[in-house]
Design a protein around this ligand. Sequence first.
Ligand SMILES: Cc1c2[nH]c(c1CCC(=O)O)Cc1[nH]c(c(CCC(=O)O)c1C)Cc1[nH]c(c(CCC(=O)O)c1C)Cc1[nH]c(c(C)c1CCC(=O)O)C2
Length: 340
Amino acid sequence: MTTKDSAFVRACRGESVPHTPVWFMRQAGRSLPEYRKIREGVGMLESCRRPDLVTEITLQPVRRHGVDAAILFSDIVVPVAAAGVDLDIVAGTGPVVAEPVRTARDVARLRPITPDDVRFVDEAVQLLVRELGATPLIGFAGAPFTLASYLVEGRPSRTYVKTKALMHGDPALWHALCDRLADITLEFLRVQVAAGVSAVQLFDSWAGALSEADYRAHVLPHSAKVLRGLGDTVPKIHFGVGTGHLLTAMGEAGADVVGVDWRTPLDVAAGLVGGRAVQGNLDPTLLFAPPAVVAAEARRVLDEGAKAPGHVFNLGHGVLPETDPDALTRLVELVHAHGR
Ligand SMILES: Cc1c2[nH]c(c1CCC(=O)O)Cc1[nH]c(c(CCC(=O)O)c1C)Cc1[nH]c(c(CCC(=O)O)c1C)Cc1[nH]c(c(C)c1CCC(=O)O)C2
């Protein structure tokens, strides 16, 4: 058994599977007591740069829940920090950038990265691939729009007002910024693929804030540069929140699998993404409902997912920090038993 024959990789490629594979966005971290313990006194960025910690945190949910894939413990801003941007991940807030990127001079400061800048990721992936054996490891990166939103706003935003002002007010500068971010993202993902990840996910978490026309004009070309630049070596997943109106366009960016939040049923999504596999859809807040309610919803997701060319079971967004880990373990068991 190799990772290529795993239910997860096969489902991404639209091949037949012995059971529907399941993993959870944000499965590494947050809800796990063993994670909170190991992170005590260690900053988020520091923990991402320590291969020993990254390896242990990435493995924790695999051991505990028996998920079908691991996802590398890191953050979307790690490669931007490696490119020389002065930023920190502030507890309770998220990524905060010391000098937001808003002018041509700011964009010029964003240098490309080399594999040397992210050697710790290469090391962590190699360690993990050895430890995981036949369980695939998913690498990931933030897509140019979602990364740009943090760099331009300087911190998490609800309205993306400065990001959209730049996009519409100075399209040439916007495209220069996104082109540079696409290069950084592509290099970061290439390092992970070379080190042995079995798949990658490109998170364009906040793309749903855009109209389809703006997405197509200002974002799609840059995400496509990343996804197409990776070639076909490993399956590629492309995910965003609130993207029901963008699914056709996101499907065109070149991924094998399109991730869907809880607002769009998987059978509807499958009809929009042009013959690709789908992933996601279970509302993360549902894990706070009684087990019988979770089970009924999970079966709905499984039945609707079965209508797609390939289905990877997941939540519609990341595991919420307050989630009971046992609810996740039960959900994995249910998905694996389904249809048997
Ligand atoms: C919004 C935010 C970011 N980064 C951060 C925030 C703040 C608040 C929070 O949500 O916890 C900071 C952050 N990121 C991560 C942590 C560790 C604790 C935790 O598990 O939450 C912390 C404190 C891990 C992570 N951060 C990310 C991952 C990887 C993806 C995954 O495991 O699914 C991990 C382990 C990726 C990330 N990072 C970010 C985005 C938009 C994404 C894409 C996924 C998404 O939309 O949630 C930016």
